[in-house]
Write a protein that binds this ligand. Structure first.
Ligand SMILES: [Zn+2]
Length: 157
């Protein structure tokens, strides 16, 4: 299960809407408790990253690809470490497409952490779903996503 506050969800969606009609992306910083498949991930912050796909791959369209620069990953990771947290997931948009992982998403995914996909239809964030890669990398399984108001309850910390 992945838990996000409404405020984090708002910031995440605003970033992805701003990137429309291109894919936009970022990372979730927080805590992971327990072991798969009964893992609880609590997001504490979002790292809004630029999609650098067009810069590094000018011959291909950015619309349906995203790439987080290694520098941004390192920055998010050290920010997380400084706060005693981890990178618990990645998020990206699917402009005018459903919030389901593509074949490319599966190829580049990592196990354990969450892959949140937001369907951005005509510039508006819609369906939000979270996915976790199977250990054998054969497919993603959907992970329950809970959005809560206010602060994270003590029971989930
Ligand atoms: Zn994707």
């Amino acid at each position: 299960m992945l838990v996000l506050t409404r405020e984090l969800m708002r910031r995440l969606c605003a970033h992805l809407e701003a990137g429309y009609p291109r894919e936009a992306c970022g990372m979730l910083i927080g805590n992971m408790n327990g072991a798969p498949p009964h893992m609880h991930k609590i997001a504490r912050d979002v790292y809004l990253a630029p999609n650098v796909w067009s810069v590094e791959n000018e011959h291909e369209g950015q619309r349906n690809r995203y790439l987080i620069a290694p520098d941004d990953y390192v920055r998010a990771d050290s920010e997380a470490t400084r706060r005693g947290l981890d990178i618990i997931g990645f998020f990206h948009s699917h402009p005018d497409h459903p919030a389901r992982p593509s074949e490319t998403d599966r190829e580049y995914a990592l196990p354990v952490i969450s892959f949140v996909i937001v369907s951005v239809q005509q510039g508006r964030a819609g369906d939000v779903r979270s996915w976790v890669l199977r250990d054998d990398r054969s497919a993603f399984d959907e992970e329950p996503l809970t959005v809560i108001d206010g602060t994270v309850p003590a029971a989930l910390r």
